[in-house]
Design a protein around this ligand. Structure first.
Ligand SMILES: Cc1cc2nc3c(=O)[nH]c(=O)nc-3n(C[C@H](O)[C@H](O)[C@H](O)COP(=O)(O)OP(=O)(O)OC[C@H]3O[C@@H](n4cnc5c(N)ncnc54)[C@H](O)[C@@H]3O)c2cc1C
Length: 362
C-alpha cells in the first residue's frame, strides 16, 4: 500500500517512521530542502517526560533537562514544583525524526510543494518549476497549521482559531535547572508567558496570545527587566486550537499534528499529542486497537482552557495559592499534564476548593 505523507515536520516524519516500520511503502513530501526542515524555528521545544515513551532521548537534539518548574501568580507569588522535563533543538529534532523514517525505508521528496488535491484524490506538487501528479492509496496531511489538506477536507471552514506564539532567544543569567511560567492577564492574556533556559547564559522567553503578541512581548520584557539589546533572535508562529468538529478523516485522507489541531489547549504543546495521533493512525491502518483517546483528552484540555480564559488575575492568584499546598504540589510533580483526567480527579479529591472553578465552564 502506497502512503503519501505531506509535511516532514516532527509529526509527518514520526508517522512516516512508524508506518515504514510496519512495512508500508511510505513517501514523505516537504516543500523545503532537507537542510531547511525545522526552520524558521517556531517552537520553544519544551517536552514533558512522556516523550521518552515515543523516542529515546538523544544528545544530538537534547539541549537541556529541567528538574523544576516555577509558577508565578500575577502578584509575583512563586511556587516551585519538582518536574523533570526536556528542551530540544527543533531543527536537530526534526532532522533526527526524518532520518529515523528514512532509515526505516521512507522515501523522502524535498522541495515538493503540494499545490492542489483533485476530487479523485490525486496530489499535485510543484517541484523544480514542474508539476508532478501522484495517486497514493492513502494520503496523510501533516502540513502544519496552514494545511492545504485541512482546507480541502473542511471547505466551509473560513478561518481556524489560532494563537500566535511570540518568543525570543535572550542572553543573560538564568538558572538552567528550572523553567518558569507566568500567569498574568496584563502580560499574557488567555494563556501564560514562559522563560525556558537553554543554559545559564541563554533562555527562550515568550508568550502566546490571540491578539497583539508583539505588544505583550514588549510588556513582558519590561516586566522581567530584560533589555531588548539582549535579544539574539526573535521567533513567531501560529498555533491552532483544537477544534472538535474539524473533519480530520475522509475516505483515504487523514490529518495529523497541527493540520488536525492536535494541540493541548491548556499549554499549546503539539508534539506529544501529534505523536500519539501518529501511533493511533498506524494502529488503525494495521487493524489494531488505537491505544490513545485523542479526542477525549484534547476535549478535556479545551474545557480547562475555557475555564482559564475566564480567569481574572485574582482567580489566578487563588488558584496558585491552592496549588502551593504540599499535597497538590506533590500531585503535580508526579502526574503528567499530557492526560489531565486522572490528575484532576486526584486534585478534586485532595482539595475540593478546586471544584469552585468549574462553575466558570457554564
Ligand atoms: C512559539 C511556539 C512555541 C511552541 N512551543 C512548543 C513546545 O514547547 N512544545 C510543544 O510540544 N509544542 C510547541 N509548539 C507547537 C509545535 O511547534 C507544533 O505543534 C508542531 O510543530 C507541529 O508539528 P507538525 O509536524 O504538525 O507541523 P509543522 O512543524 O508546522 O510541520 C509542517 C511541515 O509541512 C510542510 N508543509 C506545509 N505546507 C506544505 C505544502 N503545501 N507542501 C509541502 N510541504 C508543506 C512544512 O514545510 C513543514 O515542514 C509551539 C509553537 C509555537 C508557534
Amino acid at each position: 500500500m502506497n502512503i503519501a505523507i505531506v509535511g516532514a515536520g516532527p509529526i509527518g516524519s514520526y508517522a512516516a517512521y512508524q508506518l515504514s516500520k510496519q512495512g508500508f511503502n511510505v513517501h514523505l513530501f516537504d516543500q523545503k530542502p532537507k537542510k531547511e526542515l525545522g526552520k524558521p524555528i517556531q517552537c520553544t521545544g519544551l517536552l514533558t517526560s512522556e516523550i521518552k515513551k515515543f523516542i529515546p532521548l538523544n544528545k544530538n537534539f537534547l539541549i537541556n533537562t529541567f528538574s523544576h518548574v516555577e509558577v508565578f501568580s500575577p502578584t509575583g507569588k512563586k511556587i516551585k514544583i519538582n518536574k523533570t522535563e526536556y528542551l530540544v533543538d527543533r531543527i536537530k529534532f526534526d532532522q533526527h525524526l526524518l532520518n529515523l523514517a528514512i532509515d526505516q525505508g521512507t522515501t523522502f521528496y524535498p522541495k515538493h510543494k503540494l499545490i492542489s488535491i483533485t476530487s479523485n484524490y490525486q496530489l499535485i506538487f510543484k517541484h523544480k518549476k514542474k508539476e508532478k501528479v501522484i495517486s497514493p492509496d492513502i494520503i496523510i496531511g501533516a502540513d502544519g497549521p496552514s494545511s492545504l489538506i485541512t482546507k480541502h477536507l473542511n471547505p466551509l471552514l473560513l478561518k481556524r482559531d489560532y494563537y500566535v506564539g511570540f518568543q525570543a532567544t535572550i542572553k543573560g543569567n538564568f538558572n538552567p535547572t528550572t523553567y518558569q511560567t507566568l500567569f498574568n492577564n496584563n502580560l499574557a492574556p488567555e494563556l501564560f508567558a514562559w522563560l525556558v533556559p537553554e543554559s545559564s547564559t541563554m533562555a527562550r522567553i515568550g508568550l502566546a496570545t490571540r491578539k497583539r503578541p508583539a505588544h505583550y512581548f514588549t510588556k513582558l520584557l519590561a516586566h522581567l527587566s530584560i533589555s531588548p539589546k539582549n535579544i539574539i533572535e526573535k521567533q513567531a508562529g501560529t498555533i491552532p486550537i483544537y477544534t472538535p468538529n474539524l473533519i480530520t478523516k475522509q475516505d483515504n485522507i487523514y490529518l495529523l499534528g497541527d493540520a488536525a489541531g492536535h494541540v493541548k489547549a491548556t499549554t499549546l504543546g503539539g508534539i506529544i499529542p501529534g505523536f500519539k495521533a501518529a501511533i493511533n493512525l498506524t494502529h488503525k491502518l494495521t487493524n489494531r486497537q488505537p491505544p490513545f483517546h485523542i479526542s477525549k483528552n484534547l476535549n478535556l484540555h479545551l474545557k480547562i482552557r475555557t475555564i482559564l480564559n475566564k480567569f481574572s488575575n485574582q482567580d489566578y492568584h487563588k488558584l496558585i495559592n491552592l496549588i502551593s499546598k504540599p499535597k497538590i504540589k506533590k500531585l503535580l510533580s508526579t502526574h503528567s499534564r499530557e492526560s489531565p483526567k486522572k490528575l484532576l480527579q486526584k486534585i478534586f479529591l485532595k482539595e475540593p476548593r478546586f471544584l469552585r472553578f468549574l462553575k466558570k465552564l457554564f
